[in-house]
Each structure stands twice: as C-alpha cells, then as structure tokens.
Design a protein. Sequence first.
Length: 290
Amino acid sequence: MPYVAAKISRYDPLKSKHYTIADRGYPQPVANYLDEGFIERDELYKLMRSDSSAPLRWADTPFNYRQSESAREVFIPAGFDEGFSVCLYSARGRYTGTLHVSVDDRAALEDSVMQAAGWMQRLLSPLVDRIAAHRGLSEELSSEATAVLVNKDGRVQPLRQGPHPVPAELYEPLIPMIAQQWAGLTDRRLGRWLWRHDDGGWLEVQTVSVSEGLLLMVSETAPPYSLTHRELQVVAATARGDTNVRIARQLRISPPTVAKHLENILDKTQFASRTELSTRAGEEGFLLFG
C-alpha cells in the first residue's frame, strides 16, 4: 500500500479519547489533530461513523473535501494531496479506533489500493481491540489505581498493581454475570461506585466492558460532599427506590432518623429532591458497590 504517512489510533471508551498505537510520517501537529480535531469536527469522520464503514478517500466524499478545515488547514499545508481513513470495529461491532493513510500524489490511491485498505481494516480491527483490552485502557489510569481483567471464563488477570489490591468481594459477584450474560454487555463504562475498605478507607470502583471480559479498577478516594458511611447507605437505599420505612428496617434505625439523614444529605449535596439525589448519585459514582 503506497503511503507517505500512516497512523493507527485506538479508541479508549473509558476517557472517550483516541490514542496513537503506531505512527509513521505524520508531523506531530498533524498526528495530534487526527486524534482530536479530526474526531471532533471532520465531516469525513462523521460520515464514516454514521453512514459508511468502508475506507473513504477524500475523493469519495459527497462534498468537496479539499475545502474542508482538515484538508485546507492541516493536510494540504503539510504536503499531503490525498488520503483515506477507515474506522475499526470489533467482531461484535464495537468501535475500536481508526486507520489513517496520506499520500502526496492523489493518483496513488487507486481503486485496487482501496480494496487492499478494506482487507487491512478487517486485519487490524481485532488486533487494535486486543491491544485496547489488555493495555490501552489500563495504561491511561492513574498510577494509584489497581486494575484487573475478569475474563469471560472467570479467570482474574492482574493488569496493574497500585497501593490497594482489588478485594475478591468486588470481582467474585461479577464472574457469573460475565459468564452468563456476556451477550448483554456493551462497550461502555458500566459503573462507578464507592467501596469501604477493611481499614476504614474508601476506594472508587470502576468497571468497563472490554473485548475479553470486564476491566475492574480501584483507587483511593474519599466520599463526596463529606457524606458519612451511614448517609451513603441511605443514599444507596434511596436510589433503589426504598421508602423511609423500608430503609429504617434495613438499617435498624427509626423512620424519623432516616428522614433526618435525608435532610442532612440534601443539605450537603444541595440537590433539590430524593429523585435528583438518586440520579446524581449514579452519575457521580457515589453509590455503594453491591
């Protein structure tokens, strides 16, 4: 395949960003643009993600790509006269990254080359997916995080060791879920929770579905809004839709005490209602794990 510059980027669903796996020939500003501005604003990229999974040359677009921001302000000033990009997908149809190729002679990317690009897309997609599962997601984590991969067959594979190990109580309940319901898992952040460690400290727990199982990460944190352990228990029960009476029975306290806890929680968080509390607790990741 003729090229002057080529680049493979993987997509990290944890941070919703693209990162370079391999790059040859692109000046650094162009390489950076391909992972940032191109993804955010380029019409060719939007066309690939919405209407076409095939490799697209500039000449293949239904508009004059040479007048686009990418061509006019980035590629042509860098000496490129034609190019193509293609999105990479896992076997399950999950978006995993992109392949970019640029040339200085538009005649170089003839139809036979584009046919080869289609084969390249099918070869690279599972490889990029595997890299993202084993290295990509975990390498961008804080050095303070511990990460393990819980495989679909239930094996636990360490990926990164931080100061806090991943307690077995966190991943053991996930193993049957992964083994029995794998078809329902999708490429997204499955959740963020809080976990109270044996020493009384707090861990943030994150789980993300990847190609070979579930990536589970823990890092030291503190409860938001200065919430106490008891208040977090009330938040979790409220998010489940439990009434004050039911929460009181579960926590072995009185219903007026539950009401007082909720009053304090809403005062600390400044949320308007228990409905907003339930929604925001899930979004901000301060529900108790399990």
